[in-house]
Design a binder for this molecule. Structure first.
Ligand SMILES: [Cu+2]
Length: 573
C-alpha cells in the first residue's frame, strides 16, 4: 500500500485539478436486468439497461465528471466499459473484466466515477463480460465544453445511429456453446439500427421494427454512427445522399466526402448529411464487410428510413434504397479506412510523438488449441481441434482470481507475466496462405502475457495480420489511449519501404483500428496514463479465443502521474 503522506499529496493534486475547471457532475443510475422484447416474431429475454435497447444515451460536456451507479440485477456477472474514454488516472473505472476489476456479481453494484477531459465526440459504453454487450450498450456523447465549438458548422440536429447485432437465442448460450465445442459460434440472425432490424427481415414488417427519423429539407444533420455489433464490420449508406466524415472515435478528421462509411465493431464515425434531395423517403442501410474468405457470416441487411417532412405520400410509401458494397469489397473498405486524416490543430488534437521508446511488431490472428489429450480430435474447430487466437503467439488468458490492475497496484504475483514479446517468437511468412494450416505455427500457448512500459514511453506497434486458419481484418482496440494510425498496407510489413509511407503530419487518431485483411497497420501512442490497459480484437468471436494482450503502464514521478488507490466499492474478487 502507498504511504499516508503520499495519499495526502494525491488528495491535494486532485483538489488542484478540480478547482481549475468549472465542470459539471453528470450522474446516472443503470439498472441492468432482464427485459422481454419481440424481434423477428420471437419473444426473447435479454439483459438490458433501464428497460431499453439500445441502453440510455449519456450526454456530457468535455471536462465533466461522469458518475454511473450500476446495479446488477441480471443473472450474469457484469462490468461496464466506457469505450474510448481515456480514464486518465481513473483506470479503476475502465471496466474490462479481470483487467481493471473483478465482475459485479448478480445482486451487486459498483459506481463508476471518472472525469472526461481532453476528448470530445461520439463514444459509447458497453458490458465487458462475455457477450453481454450485444444488448448492454449505449451512446456516450461528449460535447465541447461551454464556449467551445465544433470545428465545423453546428448541425441542425444530432442523431445517434447505433448499429447492433441480434440473435434469436440467448447470446451467452451461443458463446458458451462455441467455447464448449471449440467451433465458431452461430451467426447472428439480424443487424439492427437503434435496436430495430428493419423491414427486410421476415416477421419484421410492422413499422415499429424499422427505425424512422423525420428530417427537414435543406438542413444539415450529424449522424453519430456507432458500431455496437459483436462480430461484424458494417458498411453504411443513405440512399441519394453523400456524407461528410468529420470525426472518428471521438477525434476530429479533415472533412471527407463519401457515399459509404465503414465502421468496425468498437469504432464510431460522425458524419454530416445535408437533406438536399427531392422531398421523399430514403433508406439508410447497413450490411457486413466480411473480409475472411470462406468463412460464413450473417449476410443480411438492416435498414431504417429518413423521411422528409414535406414528402408526398407516394414517395413516403416507396423509399429509395441504397446499393451497398459487396460483402468482400476490400478495395472500398481500404479506400475509406486509409483516406481519413486527422484535423491538425482541432480541439484536443495531438501531434505524432517522434521519438519511439518501444518498437513492437505484433502478429494478430487465429490459430488452434488442442481439443484435449493428444490424439483427441473430437472438437468442433478445424482438424477436430479448438479455434484459438493470439498476439505474438501468446493466446491471452484472462485472470480468474484478481484483476491485472489490482495485481499491479498491490504487488500480487502470479496473476500475469510481463513477458509479452516485442516481436513474434518465430518469424515466418505471416500472410502466405500456404501457412494457414501449418501445424508448427498454429498452436499458441495460453497465458496472461502483458507488456510493461515506463510512464510516458512512446510505443509504436506494427499490427500484422496472419494467414493462420484465415486472413481477416481484425478491429484492434486499445483501452486508455488514442493512437495515431501512421500507415496501413497489405502483405507483410516491410520496414525498409513501408516506414517511408508513415504519415507523421496528419494521421487519423483512433481507439480502434481495422488491421487490413492479410495486411498490417502501424500505430503509435504515448503511455501517459498509468494503469492496466487491455488491447484486443473487438470481434467478440475472437476476444474469448485469446486475441488480446495488455499494457501495464508504470506510475510517473509525481502524484499527478500516479494511479490513486481503488474506490472502496470496487467489486470483491
Ligand atoms: Cu478478430
Amino acid at each position: 500500500m502507498a504511504h499516508p503522506e503520499f495519499l495526502i499529496l494525491w488528495a491535494l493534486a486532485l483538489v488542484a485539478l478540480s478547482s481549475m475547471a468549472s465542470a459539471a457532475i453528470v450522474e446516472h443510475t443503470f439498472h441492468v436486468q432482464n427485459l422481454t422484447v419481440n424481434r423477428l416474431c420471437q419473444r426473447r429475454v435479454i439483459t438490458a439497461v433501464n428497460g431499453i435497447l439500445p441502453g440510455p444515451a449519456i450526454h456530457v460536456q468535455e471536462g465533466d465528471t461522469l458518475v454511473v451507479h450500476v446495479f446488477n440485477k441480471s443473472p450474469y456477472n457484469l462490468t461496464i466499459h466506457w469505450h474510448g474514454v481515456f480514464q486518465l488516472l481513473s483506470g479503476w473505472a475502465d471496466g474490462p473484466e479481470y483487467i481493471t476489476q473483478c465482475p459485479i456479481r448478480p445482486g451487486g453494484s459498483y459506481t463508476y466515477k471518472f472525469t472526461i477531459t481532453g476528448q470530445e465526440g461520439t463514444l459509447w459504453w458497453h458490458a465487458h463480460v462475455q457477450w453481454l454487450r450485444a444488448t448492454v450498450h449505449g451512446a456516450l456523447i461528449i460535447r465541447p465544453r461551454a464556449g467551445h465549438k465544433y470545428p465545423f458548422p453546428k448541425p441542425h440536429r444530432e442523431i445517434p445511429i447505433v448499429l447492433g447485432e441480434w440473435w434469436n437465442a440467448n447470446v451467452i448460450d451461443v458463446e458458451n456453446q462455441a467455447m464448449a465445442t471449440g467451433a465458431a459460434p452461430n451467426n447472428s440472425d439480424a443487424y439492427t439500427i437503434n435496436g430495430r432490424p428493419g423491414n427486410l427481415y421476415n416477421c419484421s414488417q410492422n413499422p415499429k421494427f424499422t427505425y424512422t427519423y423525420k428530417v427537414e429539407q435543406g438542413k444539415t444533420y450529424m449522424l453519430r454512427i456507432i458500431n455496437a455489433a459483436l462480430n461484424n464490420q458494417l458498411f453504411f449508406k443513405v440512399a441519394g445522399h453523400k456524407m461528410t466524415v468529420v470525426a472518428v472515435d471521438a477525434s476530429y478528421t479533415n472533412p471527407y466526402v463519401t457515399d459509404v462509411v465503414l465502421v468496425a465493431p468498437g469504432q464510431t464515425t460522425d458524419v454530416l448529411l445535408t437533406t438536399d434531395q427531392a422531398p421523399g423517403a430514403y433508406y439508410m442501410a447497413a450490411s457486413p464487410y466480411a473480409s475472411a474468405p470462406n468463412v460464413s457470416f450473417d449476410n443480411t441487411t438492416t435498414r431504417g428510413i429518413f423521411i422528409y417532412e414535406n414528402a408526398p405520400p407516394a414517395a413516403v410509401s416507396a423509399p429509395r434504397m441504397p446499393v451497398l458494397p459487396a460483402f468482400n469489397d476490400t478495395p472500398t473498405a481500404h479506400k475509406f479506412n486509409s483516406n481519413l486524416t486527422g484535423l491538425v490543430g482541432s480541439p484536443h488534437w495531438v501531434p505524432v510523438p517522434r521519438h519511439v521508446d518501444e518498437h513492437m511488431y505484433v502478429t494478430v490472428g487465429l490459430g488452434l488449441a488442442p481439443c484435449g489429450a493428444p490424439g483427441n480430435n473430437s472438437c468442433g474447430g478445424p482438424n477436430g481441434q479448438r479455434l484459438s487466437a493470439s498476439m505474438n503467439n501468446a493466446s491471452f488468458q484472462f485472470p480468474t482470481t484478481l484483476s491485472i490492475l489490482q495485481a499491479f497496484f498491490f504487488n500480487v504475483r502470479g496473476i500475469y507475466t510481463a513477458d509479452f514479446p516485442n516481436k513474434p517468437p518465430v518469424a515466418f511468412d505471416y500472410t502466405n496462405p500456404n501457412n494457414s494450416m501449418n501445424q508448427a505455427l498454429l498452436f499458441a500457448p495460453k497465458k496472461t502475457s502483458i507488456k510493461k512500459v515506463k510512464y510516458n514511453a512512446t510505443v509504436e506497434m506494427i499490427l500484422q495480420d496472419t494467414s493462420l486458419i484465415a486472413v481477416e481484418n481484425h478491429p484492434m482496440h486499445l483501452h486508455g489511449y488514442n493512437f495515431h494510425v501512421l500507415a496501413q498496407g497489405f502483405g507483410n510489413f516491410n520496414p525498409k519501404t513501408d516506414r517511408k509511407k508513415f504519415n507523421l503530419v496528419n494521421p487519423q487518431i483512433r481507439n480502434t483500428i481495422g488491421v487490413p485483411v492479410g495486411g498490417w497497420a502501424a500505430i503509435r501512442f504515448q503511455a501517459n496514463n498509468p494503469g492496466a490497459w487491455i488491447m484486443h480484437c473487438h470481434l467478440d468471436v475472437h476476444l474469448p479465443l485469446g486475441l488480446a494482450t495488455a499494457f501495464v503502464v508504470e506510475n510517473g514521478p509525481t502524484p499527478s502521474s500516479t494511479l490513486p488507490p481503488p474506490p472502496i466499492d470496487l467489486p470483491k474478487c
